[in-house]
Design a protein around this ligand. Sequence first.
Ligand SMILES: *Cc1c(COP(=O)(O)O)cnc(C)c1O
Length: 425
Amino acid sequence: MTKSEALYERAVKCIPGGVNSPVRAFGSVGETPRFIEKANGAWIYDADGNAYLDFIGSWGPMILGHNHPEVLESVMEAVKGGLSFGAATEREVLMAELICDMVPSIGMVRMVNSGTEAVMSAIRTARGFTGRNKIVKFTGCYHGHTDAMLVKAGSGVMTQGIPDSAGVPAGCTQDTLSAAYNNLSSVEVLFEENKNEIAAVIVEPVAANMGVVPPAKGFLEGLRKLCTREGALLIFDEVITGFRLAPDGAQGYFGIQPDLTTFGKIIGGGMPVGAYGGSKEIMSMVAPVGPVYQAGTLSGNPVAMAAGLAQLTMLKENPRIYQELNAMGDWFYSEIETILREAGAPWQVNHTGSLGCVFFTEQPVVDYASAKTSDVGKYRDYFKYMLHHGIYLAPSQFEAMFLSAAHKKEELEEMLDVLRGYMHR
Ligand SMILES: *Cc1c(COP(=O)(O)O)cnc(C)c1O
C-alpha cells in the first residue's frame, strides 16, 4: 500500500469522502487521491515522493508557480507581527488600493475569505441596489456553493452527477433563472418573461467549471447591452479569470465593463481570500455605509493579505507575464491539438490564454449541453495514463488546466511527449 493509499484509508473514516472539497476526490477517474506533501515551481510531490508536473496550480492561485520566494517572504514577515487582530490594518488599504488601481471598473472593494462568499455578497449587493430579486445564471457555470447558486452548477456538481443539491430549500433557488452559455436569446427570453424583476446576470466571462468554454464573439457585449437596457447589473465572476488573463482580468482582456466583479483564487496568492467590488455608487450599498449587511471575522486577515499583496504586486509590475502566459497557452494548446489530429482523434481542444482543456467529443463545445457529450470514460483513461507518467491533471473532465509563469517550455514539451505516448500506446 502506498502512503497516499494509507492516508486515504484513514481520511475516509473521518472526512466525508476523505477530502475537504469534492473536486479533490478521484472517484470519477477511478484512482486514489494523491496526498501532496510539498510543491515547488511547476511541480508537486506526493507523500510517496512521486513528482508530478502540476496543471492545477491549486485550481488557479499559483499563477507564479508554487513557493514563490517573494510571496513566502511577505507571508513570513506578516506572521511575525501576529496572525489576526479583527481590526483594521494597513495591508487591507494597500490591497484595496492595488485592486482599484489594477481593475478600472472597481472603485471600491470588500475583502472576504472565499470565492463563494464573494459571489454570495455580490448577489446580495445587486439585489439591494436594484430592489429586485431574480438572478440569471448560466447552466454549467459554477459560482461557489451558496444555496442560490447551486442550480445547474458546473464543477464538482457536474462531476459527481448531483443535479442540484440536497439541503437547498426550493425557496432559496426560486429566484435563480438559468440560461444557456453563449446563447443571448435565452437571456433575452428571461428578461421578457421577468420584466423589471431581474437584479443581475452573473457569468464566468470564460466558463472554466464545465471544462473550458470561451465566450463566443459578441456574447459578453450582448450581455452588457441587455443588462444596461433592462436596468439589471452585470456581474463578472472572475474568481478564475481575474488576474489570470490580464492584470485587469477577463474584463480587460475582452474590453467589457461589468457592474460588479467577484475575485478569489489568484487574489489570495494561495491563502483563502475572496473579494467583490464595483463602482463607488454600488459598493456604497454595503454595511456599515449602506443597508446591505455583510461581515467577516477573518476578512482582510493580515497573513492572507500579505500573500495576495505580494502576488498581485508582482503581476502588476510585470505585465509581460500575461503576454508570455497567454502566448505560451496559445502554443501549448495548439500543440495538443496537433498531436490529437496527427493521431486521427477528433477531440476538441478549447482554450483562452493559459486556461484550457481537452473534450472527448467530436462536437465543438460551446455550452453545457455540448460539454456533456464528452466521453468521460475516455477522460478517465487519459487522466490515469498522464498521472502514471508524472502529469497531474484535474481528476475530472469538467475542470480546466492551469498554466503558470513557472512552467518552462521544456516542461510543457515533457507533457506533450507523454501525450504523444498516450496517443500511440
Ligand atoms: C472556485 C470558484 C468559485 C468559488 O470559490 P471558492 O473559493 O472555492 O469558494 C466561484 N466562482 C468561480 C468561477 C470559481 O471558479
